[in-house]
Design a protein around this ligand. Structure first.
Ligand code: NDP
Length: 403
């Protein structure tokens, strides 16, 4: 068991496929398929040059379930790793069920015509995967992904229960562009411009996007303004750890990024509904994506570090009362580029996708059903983070966060 079919050939896929090729004892055969085959060929060429491993490449429209089923059967894939876009999640889950293949992704399903980040569409597949004896792992990137594994590790080793958790995501990278996103611009802007929602006292509290700002001194990155926003792990963490009283997500943005995002929103360039332009129907945010730099293509220019982690407070396992722990990774853009030719955001997403797939292939997470990351044993995943390029640090803080 080790045959892997990766779908999508963007920035995240570039990093994940290189790291898979570096672990040939786990990933015995790799096929990379995407809408534009030349992008798969570029990744395969880089893998061959850097790692010496040969990757099979194919053209595939992931919305075509029959074509995906045929490719899974032809490759004999044990696991399909979905690194395309969230719009393809359900079609790829359908294909896995039909062909008898495990599934993993890094972002929850979103309908293309509605920016709605909810797990219910994918959780509805739980029984089908159980009956088929197949495993589906949802959200195996960094956030969501590692941030949930961090929470589970704290719950297993430090805290008997988690009363409150803050996920803190800082990108201190600079790529010299006036405005660019860290990953797929369309998905990124839909996420950033959505209402900020956090879990508190058993309900969702909603505030307008980008209105709640706090300065935080990030290890390795330094002081940065971070903004309260909604992120999908808040839903799964508050569901699977029902004792959580408050769960929030924060991400750093520079003033220039916010200014551009707001102007683009105000002039209608981030609209996701079709509009007529010179007799042709266009979706403004898709047109904007065409104009903006490809985040994967900025890797060579990006300098600085990213730091992502959790601060969690709860009852200590050792019975000494309440404790607060900060657990995080610091990732250097230039080191990622040297190793695999990616920037840190692609790397911090692609490496956990590889590690999550490895957990299924090794049998650690091969449990039938549909799982979020915090539901699975964290220990081997955490060990692999340390050995596969994303070492983590954990330290006790004096008390709960004061922001
Ligand atoms: P990119 O836009 O760089 O890559 C997406 C790839 O998917 C492209 O190669 C694209 O093809 C391909 N694709 C799109 N539609 C189809 C289709 N119908 N059939 C086949 N292939 C298709 O995105 P990123 O690499 O930046 O992001 C990939 C995923 O990772 C996204 O879902 C994103 O939300 C997620 N992500 C998760 C993070 C986390 O920490 N959990 C963080 C960052 C990203 P083409 O080249 O032809 O356009």
């Amino acid at each position: 068991m080790g045959k892997t079919l990766v779908i999508g050939a963007g920035g995240v896929s570039h990093a994940a496929v290189h790291k898979m090729a570096m672990n040939p004892e786990i990933f015995t055969e790799i096929t990379l398929a995407s809408r534009t085959k030349s992008k798969c060929d570029d990744i395969a060429k880089s893998v061959k040059e850097r790692v010496g491993v040969t990757i099979r490449t194919e053209a595939l429209d992931a919305m075509d379930v029959a074509a995906t089923v045929a490719l899974i059967r032809d490759t004999g894939a044990d696991i399909l790793v979905n690194l395309a876009l969230p719009y393809q999640d359900l079609k790829l889950m359908d294909a896995c069920l039909e062909a008898g293949c495990h599934y993993l992704d890094t972002a929850n399903y979103e309908p293309e015509d509605e920016a709605k980040f909810e797990y219910h569409w994918q959780w509805a597949y739980r029984e089908k995967f159980e009956k088929a004896g197949l495993t589906a792992i949802l959200g195996s990137g960094f956030d969501p992904g590692v941030t949930s594994v961090f929470a589970t590790w704290l719950k297993k080793h430090k805290l008997g229960s988690i009363r409150q958790i803050d996920v803190l995501d800082a990108n201190g990278g600079d790529n010299g562009q006036a405005f660019a996103t860290n990953f797929n611009p369309e998905i990124n802007l839909r996420e950033v411009l959505a209402d900020a929602k956090h879990w508190e006292g058993g309900e969702w509290k909603v505030t307008p996007a980008m209105t709640h700002k706090v300065e935080f001194d990030f290890p390795g990155v330094g002081p940065k303004n971070m903004y309260l926003m909604y992120h999908e792990e808040l839903e799964s963490l508050s569901t699977h750890f029902p004792e959580i009283e408050r769960a929030r997500f924060w991400m750093t943005f520079g003033d220039e990024y916010i200014k551009h995002a707001k102007v683009l929103e105000n002039v209608g360039m981030t609209r996701i509904d079709p509009v007529m332009h010179n007799g042709v129907e266009i979706i403004p945010i898709q047109f904007l994506k065409t104009l903006l730099p490809d985040p994967g293509g900025l890797a060579a220019l990006t300098k600085g570090k990213a730091c992502i982690g959790d601060i969690a407070t709860g009852e200590a396992k050792d019975g000494t009362g309440e404790q607060t722990w900060y657990i995080y990774n610091i990732c250097d853009h230039e080191e990622c580029y040297r190793e695999v030719g990616s920037q840190a955001v692609s790397y911090t997403t692609g490496v956990p996708a590889m590690i999550g797939a490895a957990q299924v292939l090794k049998g650690n997470w091969a449990r039938p059903g549909v799982w979020n990351m915090e539901q699975l044993d964290p220990d081997d995943f955490m060990d692999m983070l340390n050995t596969q390029g994303l070492p983590w640090h954990v330290r006790e803080l004096d008390g709960p966060v004061e922001f």
